[in-house]
Design a protein around this ligand. Sequence first.
Ligand code: SF4
Ligand code: SF4
Length: 472
Amino acid sequence: MAKVRPYLFYDSAISVCGTCLRRVEATILIKEGRVYMDKWCPQHGEQRVLIADDADYYRLCREVFIKAPELPRRFNTLRHWGCPYDCGLCPEHMQHSCLTLVEVTDHCNLRCPICYADSGPHRPGYRDMATIETMLDAIVANEGEPDVVQISGGEPTLHPQFFDILDAAKARPIKHLMVNTNGLRIAKEPAFVERLAAYMPGFELYLQFDSLRDEVHQVLRGARLRDIRLQALDALNRHGISTTLVVTVKKGLNDHELGEIIDFALTQPCVRGVTFQPIQNAGRTENYDPARDRLTLSEVRRRILDQCPLFKPEDLIPVPCHPDSLAMAYALKVDGRLMPLTGMVPPQVLIEGGRNSIVLEKDSGLHEAIFKLFATNHSPESQACSLSDLLCCLPQVMAPEGLDYRNVFRVLIMDFIDAESFDLRSVKKSCVHIAQPDGTIVPFDTYNLFYRDGHRERLEALRAMVDRGNAE
Ligand code: SF4
Ligand code: SF4
């Protein structure tokens, strides 16, 4: 009898070596319902990485939730060394910027043991206004009317010209402006929050919120922050400032409290949703061992479904812009009660409609409404509007009068690609980008691996390796 390999060969891939980051060939294989990537580096040998603990969900991302790539108005670099050494955006990139970050400082009033920016009190200095305006202009030139721009850092609220930066962003045709913050100033300075409230609507805080427990904050943030977080939320509720809670998830530390955090979020009127981000193995990653601590998107999804009975598997689905890295559930929030939406959609609309474009006439509007809602490029107004469109197609749901952004609740899993999980096919679809002072726009995943300060030498060495290979 012929010998048979003990797994299903699903695909070939191009990845990077987990040690030296050179481009290497890889194999995607499925074994006992789990998906692995096997890589081989001529210098560092073999590496096997778990990339999903749910093969059915992985295949849904690869085969069903796909759509034609939306392009930016222009590209910013040329093809020369090949992906991922040409960022960006180079003409090979397959998705425009749904969300673009602008880092305004590396300075921070915390020094989290896990910080991909390696920020902290030890890094003084702020980007000047002229540079920040150049970065904002580059985003506008790429996108026309950028969907979401996020002011980030370090801790951006410490920038001495923080409100000038918000004014500069608001003066441009940006649909939705966000500030990524650890919340310390918000908790402590009532006048500061009052001033922030003046930027509503079209403004939102992306508030670090890893846990309801101090022990977890101590590990991830190096400080006991529970009370600070609650004080910040009190202030945001008082002023009705839209807020997304952002949870960095570490296996064995806080992955058992995802449901509890969602329940808590529902009690906070200002909260529009929760974003869960498994740790990306990049930047400062003290006490993090990928072999022990890595969590895949499908594992986070499984934990949410186990801990939050309200959501069913059909509610938490891949985001078509970048299905490998993003999964989302939408729910209608009325009087603190949640009603998940996609579970009410007939499965053939989601599945057949994605697999091929032959959708029953009566279902095509519904399919379009779902894909529109499940794009990440939403302003609050467009989100409420897409939600209304979807509700019109779901007659069994009674939509409340005057539905607006306050009735939207999102659960998002955002899994940034790192050296372990790197798959070139997937990284080309990345839709979360970061603006650079030189006018380039780099996918956030590749930025943290190759393009951040301190990685330049490594990037040049990798490019030189490509040049040598081409010369031979
Ligand atoms: S990640 Fe995108 S922008 Fe960067 S090199 Fe690859 S295709 Fe180009
Ligand atoms: S993760 Fe955020 S809060 Fe922590 S050090 Fe980095 S920038 Fe500061």
